[in-house]
Design a protein around this ligand. Structure first.
Ligand code: ZN
Length: 250
């Protein structure tokens, strides 16, 4: 006959390991404040840089457009200036002069706009350059923060792997039926398969145990589940027999 008490003690030790694993996973998923701030800062800076680059591209496209318009106006101007020498009456002369005025204005407008765009591009590219140059200096200060966090995460990953191996080792010692029951509960009960019975109630769902069930839990001769949450119940005294808890870690 299986020794239920021993099985329960094994399960308590397993539950502790799984508790520690989920704690470590939570820590891994929660970067400390300085790391979060750094990531946020980098993201914002990257966005600003991208925005500057977008504006730059917009200006460059507009510059091409203005260059083309300027070239067209220049050609029109030349064309009408040649026509001016060939007019035969005043009406034609006035018409050509009007065209010349129009083309001249367009040319001037394009020239002014072109100047503006070129200045804009220059200002933008020096701003982009400056922001890029500003990064390495700041990165020194930030590298510490990032490296510390990477180091911590790597340590946690190692710990999780070691704990998982230890859990498998303990699971192999359980009776197959108890093992699958424990693992099934662990999965369906969000990582907590066991519950100590405290003052006659399941300590997790607080469901009051009927007296005869309390007695059976106390005897630890069979696996008793909470009638409400189905977790495996045990007497808190068994925790001492399971050895020091996680607080006992170096
Ligand atoms: Zn319960």
């Amino acid at each position: 006959m299986e020794n239920v008490r021993e099985e329960l003690i094994l399960m308590i030790r397993l539950q502790r390991i799984y508790d520690r694993i989920s704690e470590a996973i939570t820590e891994q998923r929660t970067p400390p404040e300085d790391v979060r701030q750094l990531a946020e800062e980098n993201r914002r800076r990257q966005l600003e840089l991208e925005e500057l680059q977008d504006r730059m591209e917009g200006l460059e496209a507009e510059l091409q457009e203005v260059n083309r318009a300027q070239e067209e106006s220049r050609m029109e101007l030349e064309h009408f200036q040649r026509q001016k020498g060939m007019v035969t009456n005043e009406r034609e002369f006035t018409a050509v002069i009007n065209e010349i005025d129009f083309a001249t204005q367009a040319l001037e407008k394009a020239t002014v706009r072109r100047q503006e765009i070129e200045e804009g591009i220059e200002a933008l590219s020096s701003e982009i350059e400056e922001r890029r140059k500003a990064r390495p200096e700041e990165e020194d200060a930030h590298r510490d923060v990032t490296e510390r966090w990477e180091h911590r995460r790597a340590k946690l990953t190692k710990e999780i792997h070691e704990l998982a191996a230890e859990a498998r080792r303990l699971e192999e010692q359980l009776q197959p039926a108890n093992r699958s029951r424990f693992l099934r509960l662990l999965k369906s009960k969000h990582g907590t398969a066991l519950a100590p019975a405290i003052e006659g109630s399941c300590s997790l769902c607080h469901f009051a145990l009927r007296p005869h069930l309390q007695q059976r839990v106390r005897r630890a001769e069979e696996i008793i589940a909470c009638e409400h949450c189905y977790r495996i119940l045990y007497m808190p005294e068994l925790e001492n027999e399971a050895g020091p808890g996680e607080d006992g870690r170096g």
